[in-house]
Design a protein around this ligand. Structure first.
Ligand code: PLP
Length: 392
């Protein structure tokens, strides 16, 4: 007979999911109530207002989509793109490619602006594309490219898009809670995130936020949104605060308790402190890795603190290292994707997992495994280098 499943106790330092704060797991185990229960509706209002804080926005349409980050992406594209619409899609990693898929499946035309993987989106190339495509309606880009560890200049890209009368769709799945993202100040029109990266919540929800200009476009569509589930015109009746909650789908009640708790934690820490913590731990990890002769592939001023893409040294077997980390240290780090497969490791320091203990664990574990494989590096020096940053 099959018995209960008890997962191993891992430390999650990959591209997500990240370690979940025990307080969040505890919140999730509380009794399930009805999704139209007044107590649940009250909790959802708190979730929405805490999401406004996390996104730094006063957008009324700020809520969690009942599905993972990819569904937040799809919500943005499917609601804003109509057949024949032209969208400038910036690609500097895996997720820009998914944006292209989304545009095309909505019947839109994706004008691709490619930037080398591991670099921030090339602003000049986007400007050229906007000049060459005066009829473009939207500019879409990934703020934090989890596949490469590069951070793009969202503020400048949004400014540029608006100068050319375009709306903006921003992927902030890995940014939210880990690195500054100022929706109102930067004027972002549509944005989506995920719960399992720097919010250190369980996977399965996608916080989104839409500004007035985006809502106007959605309300004035010529065609129906092709997806019934993600059609914001219908979803707004469910999440709306006008007290007229009507049944649309059954919200994932306990997962929303989890998000509520993770946002309480974020408020208690303070957004700026959370950003600083990510940066501090990133600098410590970087010091340790560099002391071992390892290097990050992204130029310093374009690096994400929550996702460190590390070059794999010559002659080292990528998969063997990751397997040993998992088996001997219960430590998960990520592999490279696409053209970076076998070339990099992706070490996440996201949310609850971004702490000094994990920095030291990762350096110790990776340094030990590499040494066993014949790679020469001093573990003492690496730990000392990380310690010097942590103790600042
Ligand atoms: C993880 C991720 C996604 C997809 O989120 P899921 O929750 O896995 O669906 C989208 N964009 C970026 C940049 C991501 O890191």
């Amino acid at each position: 007979m099959t018995t209960s499943f008890h997962p191993p106790e891992r430390t999650l330092m990959g591209p997500g999911p990240s370690d979940v704060n025990p307080r969040i797991l505890e919140a999730m185990s509380r009794p399930t109530i009805g999704h139209l229960d007044p107590a649940f509706v009250g909790m959802m209002e708190e979730v929405k207002s805490m999401l406004q804080y996390a996104f730094q926005t006063s957008n009324a349409l700020t809520m969690p989509v009942s599905a993972p980050g990819s569904a937040g992406m799809e919500t943005c594209f499917t609601n804003l793109v109509e057949p024949g619409d032209k969208v400038i899609v910036c690609q500097n990693g895996v997720f820009g490619g998914r944006m292209k898929e989304n545009v095309e499946r909505c019947g839109g035309i994706a004008v691709m602006v490619e930037t080398e993987w591991g670099r921030a989106v090339d602003i000049d190339a986007v400007e050229d594309a906007l000049k060459a495509n005066a009829d473009a309606k939207i500019v879409a880009f990934v703020h934090a490219e989890t596949s490469t560890g590069a951070q793009s200049d969202a503020k400048t890209l949004v400014e540029l898009a608006h100068k050319h009368d375009c709306l903006t769709i921003v992927d902030a799945v890995t940014s939210l809670g880990g690195t500054p993202i100022l929706v109102d100040e930067w004027g972002i029109d549509a944005i989506y995130s995920g719960t399992q990266k720097c919010l250190s919540c369980v996977p399965g929800l996608s916080p989104v936020s839409f500004g007035d200009r985006a809502i106007e476009v959605i309300q004035n569509r010529k065609t129906k949104v092709q997806s019934w589930f993600l059609d914001l015109n219908l979803v707004m009746g469910y999440w709306g605060s006008d007290g007229q909650r009507t049944y649309h789908h059954t919200a994932p009640v306990n997962t929303l308790y989890a998000l509520h708790e993770s946002l309480v934690l974020l408020q208690q820490e303070g957004l700026e402190n959370a950003w600083q913590r990510h940066q501090h731990n990133h600098l410590a990890l970087k010091a340790g890795l560099e002391s071992m002769g390892l290097s990050l592939i992204v130029p310093e001023d374009e690096r994400l603190p929550q996702l460190n893409a590390v070059s794999i040294p010559e002659g080292i077997d990528d998969a063997a290292v990751r397997l040993r980390l998992l088996n001997d240290y219960n430590l998960e780090i990520g592999a490279g994707l696409g053209p970076l497969g076998g070339k990099i490791w992706r070490i996440g320091l996201m949310g609850y997992a971004s702490n000094s203990k994990n920095v030291m664990l990762c350096i110790t574990a990776l340094g030990s495994v590499l040494r066993d494989m014949g790679y020469e590096a001093s573990l003492d020096d690496a730990l000392d280098a990380a310690y010097r940053v942590l103790s600042r």
